[in-house]
Design a protein around this ligand. Structure first.
Ligand SMILES: C[S@@+](CC[C@H](N)C(=O)[O-])C[C@H]1O[C@@H](n2cnc3c(N)ncnc32)[C@H](O)[C@@H]1O
Length: 212
């Protein structure tokens, strides 16, 4: 069956991706165009800079209906900027108001969903090297705060950092999540990004990854 006509592409409760994620295209183009090294990272950042300035609902491979617990209103622009695959937000990982690291913030939808569970100042730390994406998240979270009385600005901290160099203290987070980012990394960067996640997680913390 053709991927685009497969109904599971729209309603797939495993969250697996049946669509083709344009991350792969970005990676291929950058590698073909610029060779290996940091060129692909720069190309990736340019892609996400554009996606921050102009929401592109077809950019990635969202394949699950957006999950909305009670009393959580997700702004329309966040939905349009849902650039992940499935979800990394699993309530059973999130008991006891955990501190959550989220790598690659996108439009902020999963930051909002994690904040729904952690509900404490500094409870969610989002990192992203693309200034425009951090700004889009900030704006979308401000809109979310206007529509969700439980949400306070200080629940989410946005930092300028790169996945392979998180600039957070050792053992400082309970849950680390990334959705549809690590697949773009070349092997050395991927190893370093995973080592960083391991470093910043407290003992017996959880790493949650979603990829196409
Ligand atoms: C495919 S989008 C996914 C966004 C979000 N996780 C979601 O599910 O909607 C990838 C995100 O990673 C960010 N990003 C790109 N390069 C990065 C890097 N080296 N380290 C951390 N984040 C990065 C992009 O700016 C973008 O926000």
């Amino acid at each position: 069956m053709d991927e685009d006509s497969d109904p599971r592409r729209e309603f797939n409760d495993t969250g697996s991706c049946y669509g083709r994620c344009r991350n792969d295209a970005a990676r291929t183009n950058s590698l073909q165009g610029e060779g290996s090294g940091d060129g692909y990272k720069q190309t990736t950042r340019e892609l996400y800079r554009e996606a921050a300035l102009t929401p592109d609902p077809g950019l990635c491979c969202t394949s699950t209906p957006v999950w909305r617990p009670p009393d959580l209103v997700v702004p329309e622009r966040m939905l349009e900027m849902n650039y992940g695959c499935g979800t990394t937000v699993h309530p059973r990982d999130l008991v006891g108001q955990p501190t959550v690291l989220y790598v690659g913030v996108g439009g902020g939808m999963e930051l909002l969903q994690f904040a729904y569970f952690s509900r404490k100042p500094g409870g969610v730390v989002g990192i992203d090297p693309v200034a425009e994406m951090r700004e889009a998240s900030r704006t979308n979270l401000a809109e979310a705060a206007a529509r969700n009385p439980w949400l306070r600005e200080e629940f989410v901290t946005l930092l300028d950092a790169d996945a392979p160099d998180l600039s957070l203290a050792d053992g400082s987070v309970d849950v680390a999540a990334q959705n549809c980012l690590f697949n773009i990394f070349e092997e050395d960067d991927l190893r370093q990004a995973l080592a960083e996640v391991y470093r910043v997680l407290r003992p017996r913390g959880r790493c949650v990854c979603r990829e196409p």
